[in-house]
Design a protein around this ligand. Structure first.
Ligand code: SF4
Ligand code: SF4
Length: 302
């Protein structure tokens, strides 16, 4: 495999660079209820959540994003003074997941991407001198996990499909690219302002508050969102989440994809200027207007 910069390692504290694989790599693994280590991985959690994880879980629990964040997550800085991530908050006084029960995961159908991936880990990376992110995978071997001894083999791609990760990865791709971009650009994009950090947090995780913000008069005084697009954003959380990725890209990296009213004003002013220049051109051709008859005017425009 090519030499890579690992930007989002699942082993942040380890100096050892994991072996990276492509999706075609075959692994030996099976997890099931009868296995001796059942629930062992949910007893000591360190799970970073994506915006799509939050959407799925808050919907499952019938909560607002604010309620979910308060009850089930804890924020962390991805670097000093940098954008925030969120992790699952373990059950009080323990390191176990709040969703763990004796029967297994109580939110199984909506469990986070990191839980679906385990014992595989998705590693976002960038080839040296290229700004194209590429997915690679690492396999985490922990002694408590006995699933590696089970007699079942499948490729990582097959495992991802089985675990419903194709949809999760697709809907998180835009956000992971933002994180990768932020980490690889370092100081070149400058220190993020407090306001942009707040906007990143709200657009990434606090989707209900973000919806209020996007549908507010104040927002619509600045941004020029077509009516049908605004309808979609206001009625579909996935559309809203993806609009959030675009807004973050625009605000933090100056990569505009959302028209502002200033743009519209600029365009109007440019058209006005064009009209004035056109009229000036006519006047220059005609000479002083009072020296020609109405018929002469139109002859001069041929
Ligand atoms: S969300 Fe479910 S699978 Fe993930 S750690 Fe919690 S109990 Fe385990
Ligand atoms: S096999 Fe691994 S993933 Fe499955 S319950 Fe045991 S420790 Fe968790």
């Amino acid at each position: 495999m090519d030499k890579v910069d690992i930007q989002d390692s699942p082993f942040p504290k380890s100096p050892v660079i994991p072996t990276l694989y492509e999706g075609t790599k075959t692994i030996q693994f099976r997890c099931h209820k009868e296995i001796e280590c059942f629930n062992a991985c949910c007893k000591n959690i360190d799970i970073t959540l994506t915006p799509y994880d939050v959407l799925r879980l808050k919907k499952r629990l019938g909560q607002t994003s604010g309620e979910f964040l308060l009850q089930y997550t804890v924020p962390f800085e991805m670097g000093p003074g940098d954008i925030a991530g969120i992790k699952m908050l373990p059950k009080s006084g323990t390191s176990q997941c709040q969703f763990m029960t004796d029967e297994g995961c109580s939110v199984y159908e909506d469990r986070p991407a990191a839980c679906r991936y385990y014992p595989v880990a998705l590693v976002s990376m960038r080839k040296q001198n290229e700004y194209i992110d590429k997915d690679a995978y690492a396999v985490v071997q922990e002694s408590h996990c006995l699933g590696h001894n089970e007699q079942r083999t499948l490729t990582i791609d097959e495992y991802r499909k089985e675990q419903g990760l194709v949809e999760y990865d697709e809907l998180s791709r835009g956000w992971r690219q933002l994180i990768l971009k932020k980490k690889s650009s370092g100081p070149s994009v400058g220190t993020p302002t407090k306001r942009s950090l707040q906007m990143f947090f709200m657009a990434s995780y606090d989707v209900d508050r973000f919806k209020e913000f996007v549908t507010s008069d104040a927002f619509n005084e600045v941004y020029d969102i077509p009516e049908d697009e605004m309808k979609k954003i206001a009625n579909d959380d996935v559309e809203l989440m993806q609009f959030g990725y675009r807004l973050i890209r625009q605000v933090m990296f100056d990569e505009p994809s959302i028209a502002t009213k200033t743009d519209a004003l600029d365009k109007r002013l440019a058209r006005k200027k064009e009209r004035e220049e056109f009229m000036d051109g006519i006047v220059a051709k005609l000479g002083p207007l009072e020296s020609v008859t109405p018929d002469d005017k139109y002859n001069h425009l041929d």
